[in-house]
Structures are given as structure tokens and as C-alpha cells.
Write a protein that binds this ligand. Structure first.
Ligand code: C2E
Ligand code: CA
Ligand code: CA
Ligand code: CA
Length: 275
């Protein structure tokens, strides 16, 4: 502890100063980065297994840092969530995804990830509604991916936000399904449009019977509730066969394509237009 000049003592001050400074520096950097156009959305295809066709793309945020190069979201999103900045950045993601998807073939959707912090912020419904209006994207072509942690506070506000979003006409997908504490009860409190089975189960299902059993039960559950089920993280043909046999309706993963910048989708999208 040290004296702060007014005769009182403050504990841990150097630490808090350092943390605060680091946070301020990050905020400044992020604001600059947004202004300088250092953020970009990559897109990864989601495949309808039955039709063997691309049904849509998931937008995945990338930061082109001037010194560090391409920074994956796992490295900066958790930090941004601790600042208020995830809200303006998240708004930008929604706007950008809608703008880009508006130029795609009409049967192709875009999926956007929502941070729990963004989900609980006041202006979310308005931001989504504005992004749709400004881009002209049909609402049913926008899919919002939320994780179970959004629903941890299973309160009226959460359910009301979900219903307001649904009323706009957008679809809601439950991401990383199976990783939370009470996945099943969430399906009861709100009717999702889609379930995404977490990639950890897909990765391990060939060696672990319990993981395969989970993939199979989620696919069955989806079928009986009338919700499509997406298997994430499909990397091999064997995994594709297994999730198909399990009854998953959709798949996403490196086997079908890695996340790519929009200019690399141009040819694929042009070909889709003519089929
Ligand atoms: P997620 O939503 O579960 O996204 C799937 C992640 O798995 C992506 O990582 C994707 O590149 C990766 N992936 C896809 N297929 C495969 C595969 O076959 N094998 C393996 N090993 N990985 C695969 P990415 O792009 O690094 O994103 C990580 C997480 O960051 C996302 O997980 C999501 O939670 C978050 N995120 C990404 N973009 C945004 C965003 O715009 N907003 C928010 N709030 N979160 C985002
Ligand atoms: Ca996701
Ligand atoms: Ca996921
Ligand atoms: Ca995840």
C-alpha cells in the first residue's frame, strides 16, 4: 500500500493501474483497428448433407493486426468482452455479414455469432433490425448463433429478447450444444431453429462411444423436435459418414472448407447461382 497524497492508503494500486492501463491501451487499439478497417469476416460453408449442397456460411471474425498479422478471435474476443467494445464490434459484424450476404444467391443464409455480453446489451434487437433494413437482406436469411452461456441467466429478459429477434424473422441457432450444464432444459425454455453439436463430440466420436452416443442422441432429439442438427468440426470422410448415419442434417468443418475471406467465395457463389 502507498499513500495517495490525501493521507489515505490504497491497496494493490500498482496492479490495478497496470490492468487499467492495459485495458485502456487495448480499447484505444481496438477503436483504431475498427476505424482502420483491420477487421474482416471470413466465411465457412455449412453443408446440407441430404442435398450435398451449401446451405449457408458462418461468419467468423478476423483481426488483421499491423504487426501481429492475422489474429484469431479466440485471442481477442474474450478480452473485448471485458470492455464494452464487444457491442460496437458485434454491431459491425452483424452489419457487415448482412451487407455481404445480401449479394449472395437468395437461398444461401449467413450465420453470425453473438457474444453473451452483446446479447444482454440494450440495443441488440434494434441493431439487428437496422442491419436488415440497411442491407435489404431477407430476415430469414440471417441466423444468429448463441451459446448456452447466454441462457445461463434464464430470465424473462433473455427469453423476451429471443422472441423479439424471432419476431424480426431471423433464425436462432444454439451453438456448441452439449457443452453446457443443462442443454436440454434450454431447448424447453425456447424453441431454437437449429442445434449445432459442439465439435469436441465430433472430434472424439470415432474413439469414444460416449461421444458418438451424444451425437446420435442430439440428432434424434433434433429430429423429434423438428430442428435441423449441424455437426461442427467435420474434418474427414469417416466423420461425415458417422454423422450422416447418426442422422445429423447438416455439417460444417475443414472437410468441406476452411473459413475464407469473401473474395475467395466469389467463384463458388457464382457457380451456386446457376444450380
Ligand atoms: P465457434 O462459433 O464454435 O466457431 C467454430 C470455430 O471452429 C471457428 O474457429 C472455426 O474456424 C473452427 N472450425 C471450423 N471447422 C473446423 C474443423 O473442421 N476443425 C477445427 N479444428 N476447427 C474448425 P474461429 O474462427 O477461430 O472462432 C473461434 C470462436 O470465436 C468461435 O467459435 C466463436 O465462439 C468466436 N467468434 C468468431 N467470430 C465471432 C464473432 O463475430 N462474434 C463473436 N461474438 N464471436 C465470434
Ligand atoms: Ca458459431
Ligand atoms: Ca460452435
Ligand atoms: Ca465454440
Amino acid at each position: 500500500a502507498k499513500a495517495d497524497g490525501r493521507g489515505t492508503f490504497r491497496f494493490f494500486e500498482p496492479d490495478m493501474d497496470a490492468q487499467l492501463q492495459a485495458r485502456r491501451a487495448l480499447e484505444v487499439n481496438l477503436r483504431k483497428a475498427m476505424g482502420a478497417g483491420e477487421f474482416e469476416l471470413f466465411y465457412q460453408p455449412q453443408i446440407n448433407i441430404g442435398a450435398n449442397e451449401i446451405g449457408g456460411y458462418e461468419a467468423l471474425l478476423r483481426w488483421h493486426h499491423p504487426e501481429r498479422g492475422l489474429v484469431p478471435p479466440g485471442e481477442f474476443i474474450p478480452v473485448i468482452e471485458n470492455t464494452g467494445l464487444i457491442v460496437p464490434l458485434g454491431d459491425w459484424v452483424i452489419e457487415q455479414a448482412c451487407r455481404e450476404a445480401a449479394g449472395w444467391p437468395r437461398n444461401i443464409h449467413v450465420a453470425v455469432n453473438l457474444s453473451p455480453v452483446q446479447f444482454r446489451s440494450r440495443g441488440l434487437v434494434q441493431s439487428v433490425s437496422r442491419a436488415l433494413a440497411e442491407s435489404g437482406l431477407a430476415p430469414e436469411r440471417l441466423e444468429l448463433e448463441i451459446t448456452e452461456s447466454v441462457l445461463l441467466q434464464d430470465n424473462e429478459m433473455t427469453v423476451s429478447t429471443l422472441h423479439q429477434l424471432r419476431r424480426l424473422g431471423v433464425r436462432i441457432a444454439m451453438d456448441d450444444f452439449g457443452t453446457g450444464y443443462s442443454s436440454l432444459s434450454y431447448l424447453r425454455s425456447f424453441p431454437f431453429d437449429k442445434i449445432k453439436i459442439d465439435q469436441s463430440f465430433v472430434r472424439e466420436m470415432s474413439q469414444r462411444a460416449d461421444c458418438l452416443a451424444i451425437v446420435q442422441s442430439v440428432a434424434n432429439l433434433g429430429r423429434s423436435l423438428g430442428m435441423p442438427t449441424v455437426a461442427e468440426g467435420v474434418e474427414t470422410e469417416d466423420q461425415l459418414r458417422q454423422i450422416q448415419a447418426a442422422g445429423c442434417t447438416d455439417a460444417q468443418g475443414y472437410y468441406f472448407g476452411r473459413p475464407k475471406p469473401p473474395q475467395e467465395l466469389v467463384h463458388t457463389l457464382a457457380a451456386l447461382k446457376h444450380t
